[in-house]
Design a protein around this ligand. Structure first.
Ligand code: ATP
Length: 465
């Protein structure tokens, strides 16, 4: 029986390209199998689907099975089709051939995500919530909590950046992070969609980050990404699957009047990196972890039997994982590490640096200046390619110039400012594009976000000039 179904799919491949379809591919030279799936979406259904595959018979049969499973189905049902569903449709696959079902699922989900993003429309369904699932424990528990609260949960994962040298787990055929997240969502019984935001992420986050480094700044790409790239894309996608709200695994809270508020667990608080999210977007967002501490989140995951309960937290910028900042700058920015002088505030030459972009204001280690008094980076001058260093006291500042000030409340209401992620708020007075600090702050770095607070509430943000 199993063989019959396999043979039937092999004999009659679903090999056409429907009009208006979006395409997704998986596989390639590295594994010898290539699967392409095409999906056309109208409203909230898969109007038509087709495929073409080359390589082993299993890949061809799996592609046709994937097509058969989604053709005419509601998009949410298509979002539940997993590699296991495809293998099941073929009557089961031997361990050596499961790879074919995984390729077909990857190609299907690339096509499906693109088609729903471009052409999907759905009436808002009360209680439906789109959950941003990265494959980590936080967003998985966010999804659990939405479900426990009666939500009709749909999951989405963004493919933001994939290159072999910084995604150590990238399989031969697909970004493994997306595949993990999909497997987790399916295990939780959720429909899952993949959004390919690689172009937007490169243009809107990575390129500006590279340019800011060249200009001698210390950018915070997460603030920019949340503020204008990934949340926008997911909110738009939420509309297309009938979800009125978007939940994430960020540690933050929302105030009664729609402003952002710090998380109950100060050690995990992420309100700083969400500070640039417009109020209109916040109105549609939910942060189900805002009242929880990380150990509680892990316990909830364990109780639910989630395999990611003990998964370590991500430590670095998502696109830097597995590679160093300097190597990334060199490879992607065409950044030529031009050595230059390390000088003191009076311009005296104290040593050489490897390239100013590799240093950050406030840095002490790695300056290679030998013994003596500890020295800190005070400033970087891209024009003269110098790094200025000095004693710790010289880092201290009480007046910070800003650009791009955005406020949700009058400036007079601002009580404190945070000048770096994870730094504590400093009492201040905001006056136009200058913030006067009531106590000195060490190492305000041009390019970082300044986040204005009143008590626990986030009132606005700017960039340190
Ligand atoms: N690639 C992605 N696709 C979809 N959502 C994402 C993605 N990356 C992050 N998110 C969302 O943003 C939240 C915060 O992202 P962050 O990078 O801080 O993850 P995290 O704290 O490691 O969370 P997690 O444990 O869920 O990975 C995540 O919990 C998730 O909701």
């Amino acid at each position: 029986m199993a063989d019959e179904r396999f043979e039937e799919y092999l004999r009659a491949p679903r090999g056409h390209r429907p009009e208006g379809a979006r395409h997704g591919a998986a596989g390639g030279a590295a594994c010898g199998d290539l699967v392409r799936v095409s999906v056309a979406v109208e409203g909230d259904r898969v109007a038509d689907a087709g495929c073409d595959a080359s390589g082993c018979g299993a890949a061809q049969a799996a592609a046709s099975a994937a097509v058969e499973l989604v053709r005419g189905a509601p998009v949410l049902a298509a979002g539940r089709v997993s590699a296991a569903t495809i293998a099941g449709e073929l009557g089961g696959l031997s361990p050596g051939k499961v790879h074919a079902a995984e390729l077909a699922a990857d190609a299907l989900h690339r096509a499906l995500g693109a088609a729903v993003r471009a052409d999907g429309t759905a009436a808002a369904v009360p209680g439906r919530v789109l959950v941003a699932m990265s494959g980590g424990v936080d967003s998985a528990v966010a999804a659990l909590r939405c479900g426990a609260a009666g939500g009709d949960v749909v999951a989405v994962t963004l493919e933001l950046w994939a290159s072999p040298e910084n995604d150590a787990e990238t399989s031969c055929c697909s970004a493994s992070a997306v595949r993990h997240a999909r497997a987790l969502a399916h295990r939780m019984g959720l429909a899952h969609f993949t959004l390919d935001l690689r172009d937007e992420f490169r243009a809107g986050v990575v390129e500006p980050w590279l340019a800011d480094h060249e200009a001698g700044l210390t950018p915070n790409p997460c603030v920019r990404c949340n503020g204008s790239v990934r949340l926008d894309a997911m909110l738009d996608f939420a509309d297309r699957v009938g979800a009125q709200t978007l939940a994430t695994g960020h540690y933050a809270r929302l105030d009664g009047d729609g402003l952002l508020r710090v998380a109950a667990d100060p050690a995990k608080d992420q309100s700083y990196v969400l500070a640039a999210v417009p109020r209109s977007s916040l109105a549609r967002m939910r942060f189900p972890l805002g009242e929880l501490a990380k150990p509680q989140v892990r316990t909830l995951a364990e109780d639910a039997g989630l395999p990611v309960a003990r998964k370590p937290d991500s430590q670095d910028l998502c696109f830097l994982a597995g590679t160093g900042r300097a190597a990334f700058l060199a490879r992607h920015g065409g950044h030529r590490a031009r050595p230059g002088d390390i000088v003191d505030a009076a311009g005296r030459r104290l040593g050489r640096h490897r390239g100013h972009a590799e240093y950050t204001v406030g840095q002490r280690k790695g300056l290679g200046l030998g013994g003596g008094e500890p020295r800190y980076v005070l400033a970087k001058d891209a024009a003269t390619n110098t790094v200025v260093v000095g004693a710790r006291e010289e880092l201290a500042t009480t007046r910070v110039r800003l650009r791009g000030v955005r406020l949700n409340r009058p400036a007079e209401e601002v009580e404190t400012v945070r000048l770096r992620y994870r730094s504590r708020p400093v009492a201040c007075r905001l006056d136009g594009d200058v913030v006067e600090l009531e106590e000195a702050f060490d190492g305000a770095a041009p390019g970082q976000a300044a986040v204005f607070m009143a008590g626990e509430r986030v009132l606005g943000h700017a960039t340190i000039a």
